[in-house]
Design a protein around this ligand. Structure first.
Ligand SMILES: Cc1cc2nc3c(=O)[nH]c(=O)nc-3n(C[C@H](O)[C@H](O)[C@H](O)COP(=O)(O)OP(=O)(O)OC[C@H]3O[C@@H](n4cnc5c(N)ncnc54)[C@H](O)[C@@H]3O)c2cc1C
Length: 404
């Protein structure tokens, strides 16, 4: 097999973004992955940091934080590239790194993110007169009254109304947002007709669960054009149509850019020549196969997706290249007694440390492989759940790794 310019291991947000950036730069790219990564579980909103202005907060982070290696310039370029990819797939996103945009959660709170799907952007909610919260009969885990009650605490001067639409989606069976989104796609008129009965006007907003199809913006556009009020999707319990739309937008971009995508391809080890990775070995049920490469990007997702494993306490492992994994020493620093405390969790800092081009380093700072770059949730030195930086670290490290 002819060597690929770039092989990306892992098809989560970081791997998809890295493959997109490399292909956009004219490189011959292969994406090797098994499992779908965490995007189908996620809201699709991209969090950079839990701060009013993430770009200012990034400057003040400690030196070991992934953003300090990536640099603000690459973070900005990554945000722009991300929005270009989604726009090309007709999935418009709003946002930038100097501010945060609110979205309405499935329990009626506001969550702030740097980049959000246009269909969830709740920036204008404060200017609305009346807010309708709409649930769909048979749709699980979406309670209009609870959402309206909680939003009323944030917007006490607004008028709220709730409604339950019977769209007869699946003949009475309980369905998820993913089921509903799938049915609405191609059957938009059912939802449009239901929403028209609310008689919501120009100054009003309608809040619904995320059911505008599983791809792009076409379903939303078809419904929106028939209504006068602004219409917004919330987050939902997984599986999440807004995360699936983002995953599909990237896959579409990769296919158009000629990236070879190999699914069900578990990479088990690298082919090494001194400090160079010359290829990777994929194992399937019958045999092993070598994929030669000039450069490899490791986007295997940390603890949550098997990118880092830990059979014994104190001994985390990176299973493909056996890279050193940083973790907080001492069991007392490993976690807080309270899982949901207002302090970071030590174990979340676990991951691989890198140089400024995201190449893995050992404890003395020596670069271990010259053409291997580590991106996404594999990176050590930040508690991305606590500080709300998972999506931002994923896309900006992917951008940096692919352009280094
Ligand atoms: C429930 C949930 C909600 C979230 N909500 C948000 C949010 O609101 N905002 C936000 O910014 N982020 C959110 N995130 C985080 C975000 O979606 C990603 O988890 C994060 O960006 C990390 O992406 P990643 O690509 O590094 O890892 P992952 O998404 O974990 O992807 C890793 C991929 O690598 C593959 N892989 C692993 N080992 C191998 C191997 N040996 N060979 C081949 N492939 C391999 C895995 O199967 C997987 O496909 C959420 C995550 C979850 C789980």
């Amino acid at each position: 097999m002819k060597p690929f310019d770039v092989i990306v291991i892992g098809g989560g947000l970081a791997g998809l973004m890295a493959a997109a950036v490399a292909a956009d730069n004219g490189q011959r790219v292969a994406l090797l992955t098994y499992g779908s990564g965490s995007l189908p579980l996620a809201s699709g909103a991209i969090d950079f940091l839990d701060a009013k202005a993430p770009d200012v907060a990034i400057k003040n982070l400690p030196a070991h934080h992934p953003y300090k290696k990536i640099g603000l310039k690459a973070c900005d370029a990554a945000a722009k590239f991300f929005c270009d990819v989604t726009a090309k797939a007709d999935l418009p996103y709003n946002g930038r790194l100097s501010a945060q945009i609110p979205i309405v959660t499935a329990v009626g709170t506001l969550k702030y993110s740097a980049l959000v799907p246009e269909s969830m952007d709740a920036s204008n909610l404060a200017d609305k007169k009346k807010i309708f919260v709409v649930e769909i009969k048979g749709l699980k885990d979406f309670y209009a009254a609870m959402i309206a009650d909680n939003l009323k605490k944030i917007f006490p001067d607004k008028t709220f109304a709730t409604a339950k639409l019977d769209l007869n989606l699946l003949g009475g069976r309980d369905i998820t947002c993913m089921d509903a989104a799938q049915i609405i796609s191609g059957n938009e008129q059912i939802l449009a007709d239901g929403l028209k009965t609310l008689d919501a006007g120009d100054d009003d907003a309608i809040i619904i669960p995320p059911i505008f199809g599983l791809e792009g913006n076409a379903s939303r556009a078809a419904i929106k054009s028939q209504l006068r009020a602004e219409i917004l999707e919330t987050t939902c319990l997984p599986p999440s149509p807004t995360g699936i739309r983002l995953q599909r937008a990237f896959i579409k971009f990769l296919q158009n850019a000629g990236v070879r995508i190999f699914e069900n391809s578990k990479v088990v080890r690298g082919v090494l020549d001194g400090k160079k990775v010359t290829g990777v070995v994929v194992e399937n049920s019958v045999r092993e196969k070598v994929f030669p490469a000039r450069k490899v990007i490791l986007a295997t997702g940390g603890f949550y997706s098997g990118g880092i494993t830990m059979r014994d306490f104190d001994q985390p492992r990176e299973p493909i290249f056996d890279l050193p994994v940083f973790f907080p020493t001492g069991a007392e620093n490993w976690s807080n007694e309270q899982l949901f405390s207002d302090e970071p969790q030590g174990f979340s800092m676990t991951g691989i440390f890198t140089d400024e081009n995201l190449r893995p380093i050992d404890e003395s700072g020596e670069i271990l492989f010259e053409n291997l770059h580590v991106v996404g949730a594999n990176l050590g030195g930040s508690d991305f759940i606590f500080e709300r930086s998972a999506g931002g670290v994923a896309i900006s490290s992917a951008y940096k790794g692919a352009t280094s």
